[in-house]
Design a protein around this ligand. Structure first.
Ligand SMILES: Nc1ncnc2c1ncn2[C@@H]1O[C@H](COP(=O)(O)OP(=O)(O)OP(=O)(O)O)[C@@H](O)[C@H]1O
Ligand SMILES: C[C@H](O)[C@H](O)[C@@H](O)C(=O)CO
Ligand SMILES: [Mg+2]
Length: 481
């Protein structure tokens, strides 16, 4: 039996999962899980990339301790963030996309490089966290020292194999890829003063990167690993992992972020998509991820952090049920929720400013976030269908957020749509699926989704009889948009 290992590192947590396929069924075992997060260091919010490497290698030693001498390995992580290297060594720990350094970066860059110009080249949504704006404000001395720029999963792959590449799905999150030329856009790089030669060659998801150089890690008892460059943007892997077997389907990859969108065969770069700030991130196998970033469960994560993790997420969901939903709602995409010093205070200030009841308890706060996410999802599904010109028949929700039953039901009610949920670990499963396609154990993406659908049971949510028809009224509470 061939063994496959998915390393999936999200903004809030990382996991190492062992997978195999037998008689068309995918077996999955969690081998290692660890927390992720950024901390303030040397003037910026930074990720501890060395700690992440240690956790990955620890997970691989656990694989070896199960008697597995050889396996395939794929790495996926969050997007946009990067490591700058000089002669193969990182110059510093990577700065988080939530760092304040990109505040006003879009306004400043687009004074001499219009949004329309950028969107027509890239088809990518305007978020200040995108690599384009991070590099625009990057320390020029540091940039001058660097000879290589690698996005996080490509950097990890480089540390493991010595091979540097730029995998396309994650590279597209930079807002530096030209979707017509299929290359990093030299005009945009010139606008921000960045050398094109910093970037490694672009490769498609499913490319064999090379063998793990075990001799580089003598203190770890590691299996022989073949590293595969999977769909290294975690969201791209999550979409591979959606068990879609219906026509006219859309998805929400629900975790730290909620990524709501559709899989398209060609990019949709139109006046409507531009006005609605929808993106065309590249997907696996020549697909496009036409989606929009929604702030997501980051807000719940920050409530938990503000309360010193007094409750588990499951307990927070239970407590939320003790309050009537839609008592108070926020515009989850209001930039004040991007990285406030205190999320609870930010939520309460918003409700005060909009003359709504002010949530105080853990349950009331969590309830407000779930109510607000459901409202945003319902609004964006309508916008997505209008832009694409096709009504979504089934909405698949995957990721950790798919565990929140009440959020699934509220969304089904408000959007008046059938929802199918799971797998919660769709990202890791999509990571494994690409490895299995590369190995020839699965033929293609469509077959992968069939295997996933028959391997992992999910739930179905239909709009309830008392479907909440307050949609329009609720929108007015957040300024009607
Ligand atoms: N049983 C549960 N009950 C309630 N909420 C849950 C449950 N399980 C997961 N969650 C929610 O899912 C979120 C984590 O989702 P997920 O594990 O997909 O995120 P991640 O992979 O760590 O981060 P990223 O979105 O950056 O990939 C948590 O923040 C929490 O709000
Ligand atoms: C902020 C970025 O868009 C980020 O990559 C997001 O897409 C993500 O990684 C979701 O897990
Ligand atoms: Mg994730």
């Amino acid at each position: 039996m061939k063994h496959y290992v998915a390393v999936d590192i999200g903004a809030s947590s990382g996991r190492v999962l062992l997978g195999s396929i037998t008689a068309g069924k995918l077996a999955l075992e969690e081998i290692h899980r660890f927390k992720n997060g950024f901390s303030h260091k040397d003037g910026h919010d930074r990720w501890d990339i060395d700690e992440l490497m240690t956790q990955i290698l620890t997970g691989l030693t656990h694989v070896k301790s199960r008697g597995i001498e050889s396996c395939s390995v794929g790495i996926d992580t969050w997007g946009v963030d990067y490591v700058l290297l000089q002669q193969g060594q990182k110059l510093s720990d990577p700065i988080s996309y939530r760092d304040k350094r990109t505040e006003n970066a879009i306004v400043n860059l687009t004074e001499h490089c219009s949004k329309d110009y950028i969107y027509q080249k890239t088809g990518i949504q305007f978020l200040e966290l995108n690599t384009l704006y991070q590099l625009y404000v990057e320390d020029k001395d540091v940039l001058a020292q660097a000879d290589t720029l690698l996005l996080i999963p490509d950097y990890i792959g480089y540390c493991l194999t010595g091979k540097a590449v730029s995998e396309v799905t994650n590279s597209s999150t930079t807002q530096l890829l030209n979707y017509s030329d299929k290359l990093f856009d030299d005009d945009l790089l010139s606008e921000i003063g960045v050398k094109p030669e910093l970037f490694a060659e672009l490769v498609e998801a499913g490319t064999v990167l090379g063998p793990l150089q075990r001799e580089q890690f003598p203190t770890f008892d590691l299996p022989a690993c073949e590293i595969i460059t999977v769909a290294t943007h975690d969201t791209a892997s999550a979409i591979v992992g959606v068990p879609a077997t219906h026509a006219n389907w859309s998805y929400i990859s629900s975790g730290t972020w909620s990524l709501l969108g559709k899989e398209l065969a060609t990019p949709k770069v139109t006046a409507a998509s531009f006005a609605a700030n929808y993106t065309n991130e590249w997907g696996a196998y020549g697909t496009y991820r036409f989606l929009k970033n929604i702030m997501g469960l980051w807000i719940v994560q920050e409530i938990a952090r503000n309360e010193d993790y007094l409750h588990s997420y499951a307990e927070m969901a239970e407590l939320a049920n003790e309050t009537a939903y839609f008592t108070s709602v926020i515009d989850v995409n209001d930039e004040r929720f991007n990285n406030p010093p205190q999320m609870i205070a930010a939520i309460q200030d918003y409700c005060r400013e909009t003359n709504q009841p002010i949530p105080q308890t853990t349950g009331e706060l969590t309830n407000c976030v779930y109510s607000s996410l459901a409202l945003c999802y319902a609004k964006e599904i309508k916008a997505l269908d209008a832009i694409v010109g096709e009504k979504t028949a089934v909405l698949y929700i995957v990721g950790g957020g798919s565990n929140v039953a009440v959020l699934n039901q509220l969304t089904a009610d408000l959007a008046n749509i059938t929802i199918k949920t799971g797998p919660a670990e769709a990202t890791a499963i999509g990571n494994l699926a690409v490895q299995m396609i590369t190995a020839g154990e699965i033929d293609n993406l469509a077959e992968a989704r069939q295997v996933i659908a028959q391997s992992f049971a999910g739930e179905t949510y239909e709009p309830s009889n008392n479907a909440n028809n307050e949609f329009e009224h609720l929108l007015t509470k957040i300024g009607g948009h």
